[in-house]
Write a protein that binds this ligand. Sequence first.
Ligand code: 8YV
Length: 324
Amino acid sequence: MSRHKVFVTRPLPPVAEPLIKRLRQTCEVEIWPSMDDPAPTAEKIRSLDGLATYGHEPITDAMMASAPNLKVISNIGVGHDHIDSEAARRRGVAVGNTPGVLSGATADMTFALLLAGGRLLGPSSRYVRARQWRSYDPNLFWGCEVHHSTIGIVGMGRIGYEVAKRARGFDMKILYYKRNRREDWERELGMRYAPLNELLEASDFVTLHAPMSPETKEMIGAAELKRMKRTAVLVNAARGGIVDHAALHEALTSGEIAAAALDVTEPEPLPFDSPLIDLDNCFIAPHLGSATVETRLKMIEMALENLMAGLNGKPLPYSFLERT
Ligand code: 8YV
């Protein structure tokens, strides 16, 4: 029997070597060696049986059409907006992702961003690095109180839930917005559902955790930013495309909101000439939500399990999509 051909779109860390070794026992595995090139082209995919995506390059219907043997796409991550899942379903290609395992790490990162934005950790750290800290200046870098403030959580799935749990530890008042209410979680966590506009107007911190979709594309635009408090901080830990970046720049420079803290941008990475990069009130991390040793390793493990199952024609253990 010929060995399955598998391609992984990013280099994996040395700690994942035993998992890869196991995969190599039954498959011919190619791992893209560089971060710079747009790895998953139609040309690349043509001869594959399995594809593991790590990153967000689009996997389109046309690409799948060029790969007659493709059985499975295994995404090393939970968000799958870059994969045309409908086309995959139609073509009988299984699609897997890694739900649940990264919720805690992403919620931790959300709080890191929230605190960094609220307590001005970006500009204050740059001030020290620039050797400007010559005496104790009690008038510098006054931020906003986090404890006992109001957090507005947009998107109440697994990650939103974990954020709400952490917000309780900070004695925050918790509002949330989601298409379908979670009354069980409202009772459990003492949080209140609010329509989006009300949430934006009442919150000191607005954190975004909705999946990227045509409905959520730029759901935070000029009108929404205007509704927020002038003292508010916007945190995006979901997908950059949920926020209109031009409107965000305007809101941050005109004082419509106090600060933003972003783990995700549109596009990714941000072009070096993006005006957001130089704003002191915009803290930006390079998409680190799930970047802890434990979480990343578990994600790789789950994704490789998915890959093996798909190659062997078995149902994927972790998937949002049923194979038809
Ligand atoms: C992933 C993420 O690391 O899982 C997600 O949706 O945003 C990240 O945690 C990233 O998507 C790489 O695939």
